[in-house]
Ligand binder design. Structure first.
Ligand code: FE2
Length: 180
């Protein structure tokens, strides 16, 4: 198994000036944005400038004025398959030092979220066959087989906006980035 760097989610104080800097100066495109969880949750904004990732960076608008500047919600690594997500979860469970293990699916990913021994947030995920507009999130049951997991995820997200084969999303995303 190889963990490949994918993205970080970072807390911000003042969303719009941060987006202005990251889009106009650093060249990121906003790929999705919306409230996390039930209505009234904090806003998350996703950004990317590579064709291979829906987001390389996301900002979550929860930082208070006097919190320290270096606030990372989590770092994320991609693996090749749902079996590898399951294997990583087994490794973490056997080792016992990670905490807060939390399997989540965003419709476009099957993830295991956890905290390292010092409490830093980490995510290991694989792509699902689909894209769906973000943010989205619900638990998934790792004890079920891959076909059952896929069927349940499809069922849960098929009616959500932007649901499409992930290859179509990456193709459109790559085209958009080429033409900007
Ligand atoms: Fe993530």
């Amino acid at each position: 198994m190889q963990l490949r760097w994918s993205h970080a989610v970072v807390y911000v104080r003042d969303m719009e000036p941060m987006l202005d800097f990251y889009t106009k100066v650093l060249g990121f495109e906003i790929t999705d944005r919306g409230p996390v969880g039930p209505a009234g949750g904090p806003e998350i904004v996703f950004m990317s400038q590579v064709p291979s990732d829906h987001h390389q960076l996301a900002f979550l608008s929860v930082r208070k004025d006097n919190d320290p500047p270096n606030s990372v919600n989590h770092f994320a690594f991609r693996v090749d398959s749902i079996d590898e997500v399951r294997a990583m979860t087994g490794r973490l469970t056997d080792d016992g030092r990670a905490s807060n293990l939390n399997p989540m699916t965003h419709g476009n990913a099957w993830s295991i979220y956890f905290s390292d021994p010092e409490g830093n947030g980490l995510e290991v995920f694989c792509d699902t066959p689909w894209h769906v507009q973000q943010p989205q999130g619900r638990p998934w049951d790792m004890s079920k087989n891959n076909e059952e997991v896929a069927a349940e995820t499809r069922e849960a997200f098929a009616a959500e906006p932007g649901f499409e084969p992930i290859a179509d999303f990456y193709k459109a995303h790559a085209k958009h980035l080429r033409n900007r």
